[in-house]
Every structure is written in structure tokens, then in C-alpha cells.
Ligand binder design. Structure first.
Ligand code: GLA
Length: 746
């Protein structure tokens, strides 16, 4: 009894705070793991015009001291000190991690086998290497308590002023851990004001720009759709510093984009000293990712750039990076085409398609693309409610087969493309009956349909093989398939993978990894085929998919007026060479709006031009205009695929829109101008200041596709200084009038 009382008393004393124990003479001890001191040093990740400067403190902590204009001698940051204390661990924390003093939004949050959530990363070394104009800096960090290791990898593209960052996480401990957040990049910036511009949207209305001044609350842009992740928000942003307005030409702008087609999350949080921490990566939603002892996880890349000449400069940096490798086949000219969808939908025979090909060739188009509806026999694809999954040619509809069609196209000098949607299955299909376990589903719950279809479980390697096989077999339907339109028409709901069993936390990450596995295999086998990434229009517009795909179907909305904002805002981040833009019939099938054919052409000609209508329905006059527009497009399209974009007039106030592309050597340019509403009889059109020209050269200006020009100077030669200084004032004042001008240096 006495012994028990003593034990209880000892236990109570142990519960008292350390100071109280101290009073009684007992000292509180808590052992900590020693952190080795390191040499204080500066690491500069640099491009031609920008510097990201990191400071390694003696205690191993890594601090971001600068991202912006290039600093000639970054070592000056060695003595850098910020006024704020580091009580909350916010002092320019380069890669903020849950644990230590840090209490803000983490880039990395790890849960260990003992239930602990604490990680503290310390610098252990770094290495720099160089290849093809890209300088790679790899910084090694370590948590000394758990053995977790992190590599921060920065690829700095010198000429493009772009940095692509990703993170590698290695579980160096002896037990499995769970990654609760695992961002690709974290970036600290310091400014008085932060104007965030990002694009949201929905089906047929993708990429709607929205700007807001950031406050001190946490701002998150996220997608949890599993697939079709950009049909809502796009994983990208423009951040204008020290201004309340988005400027195309002035001020510091940082642009960023996550190269990932899965769920994503971008966050923006100011610390106590009003510095902004930007974190970008895979969304941790329902994705506590397990990492076994010794296993590694590599995040996707976050691509960012800094420019001091406004949003235009930041966009051009990203575009150049994209054209020089960020996009598959970037900067190569892709063919003009006629797509069968809006012209024929599911209702065609071989004869219908042959006649469309005749017309396409006759108009000077270069490819015919057979869209949805060509497959399925037991469950024929005559509507969107059957056939997905059964990728054999529908022998009733196309008894001569695809080979016959492709050969006919090639005989006419056209390339041939075809549509697939390999990630999906209709319940009404042979595939759904043969492999119900391949469908994403949750036991006991309804498998919800979207467009009458279910999503296949790409986490399963057998499904990956099947999806690869669809592509492979489609490519072999004819000796020369030149183009594949890869579609993905629904999001993941009530997610669940029969393959992953109890490990559903891996689902979202491994679906996208599975997709990329397939695309990697496709590219190994078919490096030449042009792949369009479509997802009910622009549902998969991201630099992850664009590693494998040449272009995107920008939107199912083909109304040229709707396309103004969609294409304008897509260009914030993505280059024109990826934007498929098609001329369709009126009334427009989505909006019912009627616009002039010239306006529709002039809008589609700013990207990769295509047509998506039944050419037979064009009048002879319309047909003549189409021939003319297609012909002139071929003269200047190299500027669209390879040139620099200047957005001259923003369409957001609904009056005008103007943009131009300039060749890298500034010897040629093409200018597009549009009136979006009636500007009154007395208003003489708009004076547009051109950009990007050589002020000392003279350019011959020729309006395209008209007999009578809307500019008094048409056909003349003018100095670049004159055209940029305010001498260019075409008269466009009726709603939906438009004009294209070609500029050639003399
Ligand atoms: C999606 C695409 C369209 C078309 C149809 C076919 O909606 O975005 O372009 O291919 O599917 O079903």
C-alpha cells in the first residue's frame, strides 16, 4: 500500500511543469538530435534576366532571399537579414514543412509511423550541372530525426528565363511514412501588393480570367476532379507585383504553371511580414501517399518565370520555353484540318466522309480527322450512350474500313487523323461486361455515369496495357495514321479502385501516373504522330499532358465570340502552337450566335486553324472566302507557331481585341484586330500601338483576305517606330468586323 502511494506521488510530480519540478531541484531534460553546422553560403539559381537567391544559414536552414531581377553579385545576400524575428519559422523558408517552428501552409507534411507530424529540413549539400542551355541545381535537405531526405531540383532555362522546379522525397527511415502534402515548389516573393490573375471555367467556357488583390487569408486554387482537371480552374497563375492592374507591358509579373494533369493545388499565403509564399503541387485531397522505407516520390514540375515587362513578357517567356521543349513537338507547324464532329456528328457513312475529304482537299486544308462514331459493333457507337471500350471499326457504318478512308485521304494529299477516348467505357459495351473490375467504383455504391460513361481504373497496370493497346491498334488500322485526337469526357466521382484495394489514398496520384505511363509508351513507339489532347474541350490544358501531346482542343465552344476570351486567357500561360481553333457553322451549335464567316476565320487563324462543319453547306461565296483565308493563313502561320505573341488590346471590356505575333528576328509580323461591339458611327476605329517590331526598320503592311482594306495605309511601308508609336488605326466599328495584317520588313 505504501509502495503504491509512493508510485502515485511520483507520477503526479512527473506531470507537474518543468519549472515546478525545478523548484524542487530536479532538472528537466529533453534530448535532441544534434544538427551539424554548415558553411554559410548563397545559392543562386539564375537565368539570363532573373535570379532566385537562396541563403544557407550556419544552422542548415535554407532561406529564400530574392526572386526577381538578375543580381550580378548574389553573394551580397550573405549578410542578408530581415527585420522580422523567426518566431513562426516564416523567415523566407525556402521549402516550408510541417514541424519545427513553422505553422503556416506547408509544402511538405509527413506523418511518421509513430504518429508524429514533425519534420525539420536542414541543408546537407548541393550540386550544379549544365546541359543544353539549362542549369540544374539540386539541393539536398535532411531531417536528422527521421532520416527523411528531400531534394529540391531547379532547372533554370537560361535564355527563356524559366525555372522548372520539382521535389524528390526519399524515406530514409526504417518504417513507412505517409506524405500528407508533397508540393513541387514553394516560392517566396516580397512586394507591397500582389495581384493574382488566374483562369476558371466550365464546359464550353474554359479559361475565364479573374484578377484579385490578395489579402492576408490563405488563397487556394484547387481541383479535385481526378480527370478533366482544367475544366474548372487551370493549374496556373499570373502574379503582378506592386500594382492593382494587370498590365501587358509594365511591371514585375511572375507566371507559374503546374505540369500535372491530376488533382492540383496552388496556394498563396502572406506571412507576418507580408511576404507571399506560393506553393504549387499535387492536391493532397484524399491522397495521403504512403512511402515505404527506402522508397522515393518524385513530384511533377512547377514551371515559373519572372519578367519586368508585364504579363506580356511573362507569357512570352513561358511560350518560348514551351516551344523549345516544354510542349511535345512545340514550335512545329501542325496541319490545318477538317474535323468531322460538328459537320456530321455520329451520322455518317463512308460516302459522307469521302465527300468531306474532297471538300477539305478542295479548300486547301491539309488533314481530315474522323471524330467520334466510327467504332462498336455489338454496341454500335451511333450515339454517346454506347460503344466506348469496343474499339473495332463499326462494319455496318464503315464496311470498307479505316484503311480505305486513310488511303483515300492520302490520295487526296490529306493527312488522316482519328478520335479515341481510351480511358472510358460505356456500360453498354462488350468491355464493361468483360471487365467490370476495370471500372472505377466503390463497393456497394452507385457508379455514377457522366455522358452515359464510366472511367477506367488507370491505376491498374492491366488497364494501362489495355489503354496503350487501344492507341496501338488504332494506329495500326491503317498504315499511315497521322493524328490522334485523345478525348476524356468526364470527371472521376465516388472514386475507388478495385486494384488498389485498401490503399485508396494512392488513387488520384496513380491514376495520373498511369496515364503518363501510357503516354510515355506511346511516344516511344510513335514519336511522329500528332496527338491532340481533348477533354470535353479544354479539360486537360496543362504542361503535364503537353509533355506528350502536340496541341489541345481549346474548347467545345466554337463560337468565335466565346473563343475571344478563351483563347486570350489561354495565351497567358500556353503558346498559340497548342491552341486548336476551328471555324464552325452558324448559328453556332453551342451558343446559337451568328457571326460573319470572316470573323470566324480571323479568330481561328490566331491558333492552329481548322474547320468543323459540313463544307457542302457553305455558299459559293463562303467557299471562296474559306479558300482565300486558308491560303493566306499558310503564308503567315509560321509566325503563330514560332513567333512571339503580343497581346495589344485586352478584350475584357468587350470593345476590341487585338494581338500580334512577331518572328524572332523581327522581320515579319501578323496583326489581328476585332471589334466586339458597335462603336458608333462617329468613332473612327481604334488606334492600336503595335509591339515587338524593330523601330528602325520599315514594314510593308498588307491586309489579308479583303479587296478593300479598313486601313488607309494598306499596301504602304511604315517605320516600326511609327506603327508602335500610334500610327496604326484601322477602322473597325461594326460589331464582329475584323482584320488581319501581314507586316514584312523591307
Ligand atoms: C467531346 C469533344 C468533342 C467531340 C466529342 C465527340 O465533347 O470535346 O470535340 O470529339 O467529344 O463525342
Amino acid at each position: 500500500m505504501k509502495k503504491t502511494l509512493l508510485l502515485i506521488a511520483a507520477a503526479l510530480i512527473a506531470l507537474l511543469p518543468a519549472t515546478a519540478q525545478g523548484k524542487k531541484g530536479k532538472k528537466f531534460t529533453h534530448e535532441t538530435v544534434a544538427i551539424p553546422q554548415v558553411e554559410k553560403q548563397v545559392i543562386a539559381v539564375e537565368t539570363e534576366n532573373s535570379s532566385l537567391v537562396l541563403l544557407v544559414h550556419e544552422n542548415g536552414r535554407l532561406e529564400t532571399t530574392h526572386y526577381g531581377a538578375r543580381i550580378a553579385q548574389p553573394a551580397q545576400f550573405l549578410k542578408w537579414r530581415v527585420k522580422t524575428d523567426d518566431y513562426n519559422g516564416q523567415r523566407g523558408n525556402t521549402f516550408p514543412v510541417t514541424g519545427g517552428r513553422y505553422v503556416g501552409e506547408p509544402a511538405l507534411h509527413v506523418k511518421y509511423a509513430d504518429g508524429s507530424h514533425n519534420t525539420e529540413l536542414y541543408y546537407t549539400g548541393h550540386a550544379v550541372s549544365q546541359k543544353d542551355g539549362c542549369v540544374t541545381t539540386v539541393i539536398d535537405l535532411k531531417d536528422y530525426v527521421t532520416g527523411l531526405q528531400v531534394k529540391l531540383v531547379y532547372d533554370a532555362y537560361q535564355k527563356e528565363d524559366v525555372i522548372a522546379q520539382h521535389t524528390e522525397i526519399l524515406n530514409g527511415g526504417k518504417k513507412p511514412v505517409e506524405l500528407l502534402s508533397y508540393a513541387s515548389a514553394s516560392l517566396y516573393v516580397d512586394a507591397d501588393e500582389y495581384l493574382l490573375t488566374h483562369c476558371h471555367g466550365t464546359w464550353a467556357s474554359e479559361m475565364q480570367p479573374e484578377s484579385e488583390l490578395l489579402g492576408h487569408d490563405l488563397k487556394v486554387i484547387e481541383s479535385r476532379r481526378g480527370t478533366q482537371n482544367t475544366q474548372g480552374n487551370n493549374p496556373s497563375f499570373l502574379l503582378s507585383l506592386n500594382t492593382k492592374e494587370l498590365s501587358e507591358t509594365e511591371g514585375e509579373v511572375i507566371a507559374g504553371a503546374l505540369a500535372w494533369s491530376g488533382n492540383f493545388r496552388l496556394s498563396f499565403e502572406q506571412d507576418d511580414a507580408h511576404r507571399l509564399n506560393i506553393i504549387g503541387g499535387i492536391s493532397p485531397f484524399a491522397s495521403a501517399y504512403p512511402l515505404a522505407a527506402g522508397a522515393r516520390f518524385e513530384t511533377p514540375e512547377m514551371v515559373f518565370t519572372w519578367a519586368d515587362n508585364g504579363a506580356g513578357g511573362a507569357s512570352r517567356n513561358l511560350h518560348r520555353w514551351a516551344r523549345k521543349g516544354g510542349v511535345y513537338g512545340g514550335g512545329e507547324v501542325n496541319p490545318t484540318l477538317l474535323n468531322s464532329w460538328e459537320g456530321a456528328y455520329f451520322n455518317f457513312t463512308t460516302e459522307t466522309l469521302l465527300r468531306m475529304m474532297d471538300d477539305a482537299a478542295g479548300m486547301g486544308l491539309e488533314m481530315f480527322v474522323l471524330d467520334d462514331g466510327w467504332f462498336g459493333n455489338n454496341y454500335p457507337r451511333n450515339n454517346d450512350d454506347a460503344g466506348l471500350g469496343d474499339w473495332e471499326v463499326n462494319v455496318k457504318k464503315l464496311p470498307e474500313g479505316i484503311d480505305y478512308l486513310a488511303q483515300y485521304a492520302h490520295g487526296k494529299g490529306l493527312k488522316f487523323g482519328i478520335w479515341i477516348e481510351p480511358e472510358m467505357v460505356n456500360p453498354a459495351s462488350d468491355l464493361a461486361h468483360a471487365h467490370p473490375e476495370w471500372v472505377i467504383q466503390s463497393p456497394g455504391r452507385e457508379i455514377y455515369q457522366g455522358r452515359h460513361q464510366w472511367v477506367l481504373d488507370l491505376t491498374n497496370p492491366a488497364v494501362q496495357d489495355f489503354v496503350f493497346g487501344i492507341f496501338d491498334r488504332t494506329m495500326r488500322l491503317a498504315p499511315n495514321i497521322d493524328y490522334i485526337k485523345w478525348d476524356c469526357n468526364r470527371v472521376v466521382q465516388s472514386f475507388g479502385s478495385p486494384y488498389l484495394g485498401a490503399q485508396q489514398d494512392r488513387f488520384y496520384v496513380e491514376y495520373t501516373q498511369g496515364l503518363y505511363n501510357v503516354m510515355r509508351r506511346i511516344r516511344e513507339k510513335y514519336p511522329e504522330v500528332i496527338v491532340q489532347c481533348c477533354s470535353s474541350g479544354g479539360g486537360r490544358v496543362d504542361y503535364g499532358a503537353l509533355r506528350y501531346c502536340n496541341e489541345v482542343w481549346t474548347s467545345d465552344n466554337t463560337d468565335a465570340v466565346s473563343r475571344v476570351n478563351i483563347q486570350y486567357a489561354t495565351s497567358f500561360i500556353y503558346p498559340a502552337c497548342i491552341m486548336a481553333a476551328h471555324v464552325s457553322a452558324v448559328p453556332n451549335h453551342q451558343t446559337r450566335a451568328v457571326t460573319p464567316l470572316k470573323f470566324r476565320f480571323d479568330m481561328a487563324c490566331t491558333g492552329r486553324l481548322g474547320m468543323e462543319l459540313q463544307p457542302k453547306q457553305l455558299t459559293p461565296e463562303e467557299r471562296a472566302l474559306a479558300d482565300r483565308c486558308i491560303g493566306s493563313y499558310k503564308k503567315y502561320r509560321d509566325l503563330i507557331f514560332k513567333g512571339d505573341l503580343y497581346r495589344l488590346v485586352s478584350p475584357l471590356d468587350g470593345h476590341y481585341y487585338a494581338l500580334m505575333y512577331v518572328s524572332e528576328d523581327r522581320s515579319r509580323a501578323v496583326v489581328f484586330t476585332y471589334a466586339l461591339q458597335y462603336e458608333a458611327r462617329t468613332v473612327g476605329g481604334k488606334t492600336i500601338r503595335l509591339q515587338g517590331l524593330d523601330p528602325s526598320r520599315r514594314y510593308k503592311v498588307t491586309e489579308q483576305n479583303v479587296d478593300k482594306s479598313c486601313w488607309w495605309g494598306d499596301g504602304g511601308a511604315f517605320g516600326g517606330d511609327f506603327l508602335m508609336g500610334g500610327g496604326f488605326n484601322p477602322v473597325l466599328k461594326t460589331r464582329y468586323s475584323s482584320a488581319i495584317f501581314l507586316l514584312e520588313a523591307q
